[in-house]
Design a protein around this ligand. Structure first.
Ligand code: GLU
Length: 451
């Protein structure tokens, strides 16, 4: 905490001690508050009235039992969460994650990040996050449906188009949102389209929402490079993950002329020097719901697979790295390897995928580093566009929606760059994103009194 404002340091240690054992939340708080020293120096009022302490305390945390019956007739039990972090800028907004690792600390880190990310979009949305420790892997369609229905049976009383609007995240895609929307509609007897986003196009979804996070991250990187007279075209790229964010990052990077040579899942990674065959990845992940290892068998010649533990996807040399899997997937050692192999740009598609040490390595090496809360904001921004379409009972074209997304991402890039410049750290997108997001939330909270 060298050089940090004394007040900030004491807020951090207080937050850490009253949220014991929540490692990811501690990391996220450290990361954001660690950027605020210059803001407090310029505007000491932000440290008054326990404003920073209030920003670190979720408005509401809901934890609930989710019982459901599996295909064998056995009763299963999971834990559900919804952390309604901050509603100063609008209704709570943020995804639901279904993954066995989910716990309160992870949901709180995601909700905290979401609050600032959503503020950066400039759209009227607060921050929230939720999910369950349910493991969807290997579950049948009917099991997924029964789980989603049970989850929503409890959660619905806390939601509403003006109150809290969930969407997807890891383990929650179009299928799960459909089952949850169906159950919400049934329980409330309301066709309240704006209560969930990421819906299917036939029942109130937005065009380009599926693509938005990956496309948005690519727009951010494109803008970062363009502002330095450079481009994605011809650049060798590695995209970790093979879920929604990774798939549409690969698609957009390829459209921009980049060459994506590797992607992964939690079992291992695949390298294809001729460029990842995206149709094949979509078939494996979205239709077969299988493991990425199958890529090699289905593709035939030219590709190879490395199992997790035998190596890291970040060993694959590239100029652009797009971590799009999960938190803390890029370690300090991975970052050193990437730098040694000549990486020029890192664009975070996932939430907090780089450890603090990795971020330090990138920044010290002069790598252009786009933090997740700025670079992956395209998903939630397009969710806000979906809410807008639902509220006006309208449906926009793909082109119109994508153009809005591109404009929002360019705006976020410019806001982060200008803020970093204003606070004496040109090129530091971490500082720019944290300060710009914080100032928007802090200003709204101050205006609303002690809330
Ligand atoms: N889960 C996504 C995120 O991390 C999207 C949230 C949303 O669309 O509400 O931002």
């Amino acid at each position: 905490m060298k050089g940090m404002d004394v007040k900030l340091a004491s807020v951090i240690s207080e937050v850490l001690s009253r949220n014991a054992g929540e490692g990811e939340f501690h990391q996220a708080v450290h990361e954001v508050l660690g950027s605020l020293t210059r803001v407090i120096a310029k505007n000491p009022n932000y440290a008054d009235d326990a404003l920073i302490e209030r920003i670190c305390e979720p408005e509401r945390q809901i934890i609930f039992r989710v019982p459901w019956i599996d295909d064998k007739g056995q009763v299963q039990i999971n834990r559900g969460f919804r952390v309604q972090f901050n509603s100063a800028l609008g209704p709570y907004k943020g995804g639901l994650r279904f993954h066995p690792s989910v716990n309160l600390g992870i949901i709180k880190f995601l909700g905290f990040e979401q609050t600032f990310k959503n503020a950066l979009t400039g759209m009227p949305i607060g921050g929230g996050k939720g999910g369950s420790d349910f493991n969807p892997r290997g579950r049948s369609n009917n099991e997924i449906m029964r789980f989603c229905q049970s989850f929503m049976t409890e959660l619905h009383r806390h939601l509403g188009e003006h109150t809290d609007v969930p969407a997807g995240d890891i383990g929650v895609g179009g299928r799960e949102i459909g089952y949850m929307f169906g159950q919400y509609k049934r329980l409330t007897n309301r066709y309240e389209a704006g209560v969930l986003t990421g819906k299917g196009l036939v029942y109130g979804g937005s065009r380009a929402r599926t693509e938005a996070t990956g496309y948005g991250a690519t727009y951010f990187v494109e803008r970062m490079l363009a502002s330095r007279g450079s481009a994605i075209e011809g650049r060798r790229t590695v995209v970790s993950g093979s879920g929604n964010v990774a798939i549409y990052t690969i698609e957009k990077i390829t459209q921009c002329g980049g060459i994506v040579v590797a992607c992964s899942d939690s079992n291992g990674y695949v390298v294809d020097e001729s460029g990842i065959d995206l149709d094949l990845v979509k078939e494996i992940k979205e239709v077969r719901r299988a493991r990425i290892a199958e890529y090699v068998t289905l593709k035939g010649k030219g590709a190879y697979y490395v199992e997790q533990g035998q190596g890291s996807i970040w060993d694959v040399p590239c100029e652009i790295a797009m971590p799009s899997a999960t938190q803390n997937e890029v370690t300090g050692k991975d970052a050193q390897t990437l730098v040694a192999n000549g990486v020029k740009v890192v664009g975070e598609g996932a939430n907090m995928p780089s450890t603090p040490e990795a971020v330090r390595v990138f920044q010290e090496a002069g790598v252009l580093f786009a933090p997740g809360k700025a670079a992956n904001a395209g998903g939630v921004a397009t969710s806000a566009l979906e809410m807008q379409q639902n509220a006006s009972r309208d449906s926009w074209t793909f082109e119109q929606t994508e153009a809005r997304l591109a404009k929002i991402m360019h705006g976020i890039h410019d806001l982060c760059a200008e803020t970093a410049e204003e606070y004496g750290a040109p090129g530091d997108y971490v500082l720019g994103a944290n300060i710009a997001g914080f100032v928007r939330v802090a200003e709204a909270m101050r205006a609303l009194g002690v809330i």
